[in-house]
Design a protein around this ligand. Structure first.
Ligand code: ADP
Ligand code: MG
Length: 349
């Protein structure tokens, strides 16, 4: 046993997820000239020759990130790959390879893992990435999946979180809030099923949002669309935790403020109707829901005509000077400070 030289016991929730990462990694400084970006973005960046390589990794834990009572293993495999590819796309890069590591308990037969890998294969095919390795081990309880994704881009294309400028426009792809509401629907049906196992849920009215939760798609099309439009984003991040949390990441790292306009946030009709059904405010759902895996980025004002009217893209606000802070401008014109109430795994409510 290692001797415990530090008897202090600080609870994890005191730091929260981001505070913990900062704390644990503060003394690690890159020493290789090939390390262009280490910790603090959607992916790390390394330079070998004139192209840069980006790499990102995620760990999914049964009971924390997924519940096998409603997430089929095939979907889970697909999602585990998709969320990692999203981080590569968030660097404005093209995903090329993945590795997959799993820890499994003896509760899983081979057939179950085959299903998991069917989903992984589907995502590899859909997004044209090669599975090139991984690791397999046992766990005492439950399933753990870790995916590492690798991508490439010419040096000048890589887009970071810390390069937004005041007056840049804030743009988001697709629509928001669906994945969170999809989860609410699945959780509700699970409770119904527990009470009455013969009750088959009718998920048809929720097809879009349930799909957003179970089978998210990384926006690999957006870097291509931007290239075609000859728009160079000035900063970029993907929406894993919720719009407000990601906006605050861009603001903090770029040293800017932001005005976000409530009436510009793109919402699918199913998000609006399901929010009403659950008595939730659809704006709050978009701000704090998370797991939509859309891309959030900034562009120079002069590029606005190039993206105007594009069905994949919505301008939702603009960046300001840092001292102005980050705010939501509501439909009735009031200004509310943005708060990172996104999904924060370690923080108490
Ligand atoms: P994302 O939500 O985009 O996946 P995270 O919030 O998980 O990003 O991570 C933020 C940054 O911290 C990334 O650069 C990531 O590589 C780094 N990071 C996260 N956990 C650790 C860890 N345990 N050790 C070192 N770096 C970490
Ligand atoms: Mg990310």
């Amino acid at each position: 046993m290692l001797e415990d030289k530090n008897p202090k016991r600080t609870p994890l929730e005191e730091l929260g997820e981001f505070g913990l990462i900062e704390h644990l990694t503060k003394n690690f400084t890159p020493t290789h000239p090939t390390t262009i970006k280490g910790i603090n973005d959607d992916a790390a960046v390394m330079e070998f020759g004139d192209r840069q390589t980006v790499i990102s990794t995620d760990l999914l834990v049964e009971g924390v990130h997924f519940d096998l009572s409603y997430a089929p293993l095939k979907h889970l495999g697909y999602k585990a790959v998709a969320v990692n590819l999203s981080d590569i796309c968030a660097m404005n890069a093209t995903p090329t390879q993945i590795t997959v590591s799993i820890a499994v308990s003896n509760r899983f037969p081979v057939e179950a893992l085959e299903e998991l890998y069917d989903g992984i294969a589907l995502a590899c095919k859909r997004y044209k990435v090669d599975l090139v390795g991984g690791d397999t081990t046992s766990s005492t309880k439950g399933l753990l999946i870790s995916v590492t994704a690798i991508g490439v881009a010419p040096k000048e294309d890589i887009t970071y979180r810390n390069t937004a400028k005041p007056n840049d426009l804030l743009v988001v792809s697709g629509d928001l809030g669906g994945a969170y509401l999809g989860l609410q629907v699945l959780e509700r049906e699970k409770e119904v099923f527990k009470v009455n196992p013969n009750n088959q849920p009718d998920l048809a009215p929720y097809a879009y949002i349930v799909e957003r939760q179970l089978k998210p798609e990384p926006r690999a099309d957006i870097p291509e669309i931007l290239k075609d439009l000859q728009v160079r984003p000035t900063s970029m991040i993907d929406i894993s935790d919720g719009l407000s949390s990601e906006i605050l990441h861009l603001c903090k790292q770029s040293g800017v403020g932001c005005n976000l306009y409530e009436d510009k946030i793109p919402l699918d009709p199913q998000v609006i109707s399901t929010s009403e059904e659950f008595e939730l405010n659809s704006t709050m759902v978009a701000l704090s829901g998370g797991e939509d895996y859309e891309l959030l980025f900034t562009i120079a004002q002069e590029d606005y005509p190039k993206i105007k009217g594009n069905p994949h893209l919505s301008v939702i606000g603009h960046m300001t000077e840092k001292h102005e802070g980050a705010h939501l401008i509501t439909r009735i014109g009031t200004k509310i400070p943005l708060e990172a109430r996104g999904w924060n795994a370690l923080k108490k409510d």
